[in-house]
Design a protein around this ligand. Structure first.
Ligand code: 3PG
Ligand code: MG
Length: 408
């Protein structure tokens, strides 16, 4: 955004303000993503751009697919200035509204997911042929992408405009990519990854990647990922816990976990003890005392102590996935204590993922992390080292504009 003189420019601002809604009332439950795009919106408005916001909420057919008028309402409240909602995307109503804007105004268009091309995975050039891109680009000067949360999607409004308009990353996109680069590119040592949650097939790939590339010095495993690795080490967890694991635990995953333990075992820290739910009560027991008939819902106190020690002495900490069923007070101890250790340390700390962020909010620790990512699927894609179509499209637009400047 620093590269452009924004005054009077018509800017298409694509954001990801896809928010969790309250079932029943359909009201926005958590508006964090809206708050996080405010620096970009505020800067564009203050610099006298005409800001045309495009966003999505849910997908057609899903219960959380709805109009964006309440999103516009919240944007207006945080901006302290009306963000008009226009119930059209690229028809005459939308184009007339855009043409009649004054510098320093912002408006919000209809939920872009009503378009079928918005769910098609295509390249930027192909998407650029769509009527939405053609018509909106004809009245715009610049495209700004602040949609980090959707950066793993190659949908029309996310990658198509970069083919036809000069384009820039918004402030949130910039912050997200800088934070991830601080973890992945030159992390302060030691760099500790704490991985938990329930998607351990992804965790296996992430562990492999961060250890092979020597991003992480140690990976601490908690949650179901830890259980999966304990099982790979030959531990019999007990019927309930094994059943919970079984959904995602394919023979390939088991093999991959075994190979990782064999080749990189000294960099993978597993729990020494766990907490099971004994008919509604927390019972701590050593891993050596497994199997147990009750399900494992948290890591135990000795593991917490050992992990906190590692985290407190870290230079960089990245956390994704809770350590246990933190929604229940008695099983929230692991997640809470590991987070407390992270924010107490001198380390650069980054957390991400819907559950992890909501745990941090519940514990009142949100603002004490160095960075909290708005990405769920996008963050996972980044962690797995896959390309991010939105970032690639921004880079392509940048190279094209630089090329034009050189040829002048
Ligand atoms: C998300 O919340 O995951 C992003 O907004 C992308 O939405 P999607 O998962 O429906 O594509
Ligand atoms: Mg999603």
């Amino acid at each position: 955004m620093d590269d452009f003189d924004l005054r009077g420019m018509t800017v298409i601002l694509r954001v990801d303000i896809n928010c969790p809604l309250r079932q029943g009332t359909m009201q926005i439950g958590d508006d964090n993503r809206i708050k996080q795009i405010m620096p970009t919106l505020r800067e564009l408005v203050e610099k006298q751009a005409k800001v045309v916001i495009i966003a999505h909420q849910g997908r057609p057919g899903d219960w959380d697919y709805c109009s964006l008028d309440q999103h516009a309402h919240l944007l207006s409240r945080y901006l302290g200035k009306k963000v008009r909602y226009v119930d059209d995307l690229y028809g005459d109503e939308a184009l007339d509204a855009i043409r009649s804007m004054s510098p320093g105004e912002a408006l919000m268009l209809k939920n872009v997911r009503e378009l079928s091309c918005e769910q098609d995975k295509k390249g930027m050039d192909e998407h650029a042929q769509e009527e939405m891109v053609q018509r909106l680009a004809s009245v715009a000067d610049l495209y700004v992408s602040d949609a980090f949360g959707a950066a793993h999607r190659s949908h029309c409004s996310l990658v198509g405009f970069q083919a036809v308009l000069p384009s820039a990353a918004g402030r949130l996109m910039e912050k997200e990519l800088n934070a991830l680069s601080s973890v992945f590119d030159e992390p302060r040592r030691p760099c500790i990854f704490v991985l938990g949650g329930s998607k351990f097939s992804d965790s296996i790939k992430v562990i492999d990647r961060v250890l092979t590339k020597k991003v992480a010095d140690f990976v601490i495993l908690v949650g179901l990922s830890a259980n999966a690795f304990l099982k790979a080490r030959g531990v019999d967890l007990g019927q309930d816990s094994e059943e919970i694991l079984s959904k995602e635990f394919t023979p390939e995953n088991l093999e991959a976990a075994k190979v990782l333990l064999h080749e990189r075992g000294e960099h993978i820290l597993l729990p020494l003890d766990v907490a099971v739910d004994q008919e509604g009560t927390r019972l701590d027991l050593m891993v050596d005392d497994l199997p147990n008939d009750f399900p494992i819902y948290d890591v135990g106190p000795r593991s917490i102590e050992m992990f906190c020690d590692v985290i407190e002495n870290a230079g960089t900490v990245f956390m994704s996935g809770p350590a246990g069923v933190f929604e229940r007070e008695e099983f929230s101890i692991g997640t809470r204590r590991l987070m407390e250790a992270a924010v107490r340390s001198e380390a650069y700390t980054v957390i991400g993922g819907g559950h992890t962020v909501s745990a941090a909010e519940n514990f009142g620790l949100y603002s004490r992390f160095s960075y909290v990512s708005t990405g769920g699927g996008a963050l996972e894609t980044y962690l797995l080292g896959k390309t991010m179509p939105v970032v690639e499209a921004l880079k392509a637009a940048y190279r094209r504009e630089q090329g034009k400047k050189r040829s002048i």
